[in-house]
Design a protein around this ligand. Structure first.
Ligand SMILES: Nc1ncnc2c1ncn2[C@@H]1O[C@H](COP(=O)(O)OP(=O)(O)O)[C@@H](O)[C@H]1O
Ligand SMILES: [Mg+2]
Length: 368
């Protein structure tokens, strides 16, 4: 778990920026928020915390707020290909750019919920009874389905004011079954969850399970963009061809249209086969990002620390690579949202509701 406090220089590095770039681009110190002092120690560190970082990112970062709300799903029929890692990186970084982001967890394994929650149930100094009680109080999509809760009642906040999520609960299994017996069963999520979320957030990101189930078909129907991570490994290479056909067929049958973006993951640059598979993806797939995600220790460690790679190791090659991936992915996401007919909220609508606690303070003496 991160302390979430960054001295100014490091904060800028999270966004791939630097004090020199600020000067070159004519961004004034006074445009940046006032420092918060790190609460984690008593050293008088001038640093920005999770409450200030979205203001910093909005000014120096590389992702712009969308003019209308947009929804994306991260899905492919394979596990371990970095779906949840990518969700965490994407969501934290959009949120750190001041883009109001909500993650919707759709995988019973609950990896993204674990990564976004601040408490670790196993490490709490609580009795079993207390722990179970707390767990039972967590409400999710199944409660929205039964009418026991409204969508915004099940949205949880994080330490970053622009980042929220709907947690995965064990009842997702039952929800998947219930959806089978429902009229317009592919549209429940879009109409009852994603549409209301789009009124409150700029970006809704769904982390999917690798299993093709009713929650997934609901997620696809609700998405402007589908992002599929593809491992640069031979087993995934075979899987990918079947998968592409499945997605195309689904779009035709359901008469829905979303942009399908691929991102190559787990590239082992030292392995010839891995590089060849990456090249093949690049040449043969429309919308395959130019930047791959390599196998990296920072990738693994940042996930364990529940933060994005750019926050965990801002100056590492893995962070540069992740920023490039996200830059490309965000550009395609915005293009897809703008191209979609019958689009949703206007900019005026979304800017009216600012997240609570966003600092608009001036910076004082930016010494880096
Ligand atoms: N760049 C990386 N290189 C190697 N391992 C990574 C990287 N990024 C994340 N991981 C690790 O890979 C594991 C599987 O990733 P995950 O995102 O959970 O896959 P999926 O959601 O597709 O099942 C995670 O435990 C994570 O720590
Ligand atoms: Mg996952």
């Amino acid at each position: 778990m991160s302390t979430g406090f960054f001295p100014a220089k490091k904060a800028l590095q999270v966004f791939g920026s630097s004090p020199e770039i600020l000067t070159a681009q004519g961004i004034k110190e006074s445009a940046l928020p006032t420092f918060a002092r790190s609460s984690s120690d008593n050293r008088q560190l001038k640093s920005w915390g999770p409450r200030e970082m979205p203001d910093v990112g909005q000014r120096v970062g590389f992702m712009k707020k969308p003019s209308r709300s947009v929804a994306a799903a991260i899905f492919v029929t394979k596990g371990g290909v970095l779906k949840s890692s990518l969700t965490l990186n994407f969501a934290r970084m959009t949120a750190l750019h001041g883009i109001r982001t909500c993650v919707v967890g759709l995988d019973m394994q609950g990896d993204v919920t674990t990564a976004l929650s601040t408490t670790d149930p196993d490490e709490e100094d609580n009795s079993l009874v207390d722990a179970l009680e707390r767990m039972n109080q967590v409400r999710g999509l199944a409660d929205v389905f039964t009418g026991a809760a409204k969508v915004m009642d099940v949205v949880r906040t994080t330490e970053i004011p622009t980042l929220s999520y709907i947690p995965e609960t064990p009842e997702l299994v039952a929800l998947d079954q219930s959806l089978v017996n429902r009229n317009r069963r592919e549209y429940w999520l879009r109409d009852h969850v994603i549409a209301p979320l789009k009124k409150e957030f700029d970006f809704v990101l769904m982390d999917c399970s690798p299993n093709w189930n009713r929650l997934i078909t609901n997620a696809l129907v609700a998405s402007d963009v589908l992002i599929s991570p593809l491992e640069c490994k031979i087993n995934n290479f075979r899987n990918m061809k079947t998968f592409e056909a499945l997605i195309n067929e689904f779009q035709t049958d359901m008469r829905v249209k979303f942009t399908h973006v691929y991102v190559a993951t787990r590239l082992s640059a030292g392995r010839k086969l891995s590089r060849e598979i990456f090249d093949w993806y690049q040449e043969n797939l429309d919308n395959c990002l130019q930047t791959p995600i390599r196998e990296s220790v920072q990738g693994e460690e940042s996930m364990a620390m529940k933060v994005s790679i750019p926050e965990y190791a801002p100056t590492s090659p893995a962070a540069d690579e992740m920023r490039d991936v996200l830059r490309e992915m965000w550009a395609l996401t915005l293009r897809a949202a703008n191209a979609k007919p019958g689009a949703r909220e206007s900019k005026n609508d979304t800017t009216k509701r600012r997240p609570p606690g966003r600092s608009s303070g001036r910076s004082s003496d930016l010494t880096m």
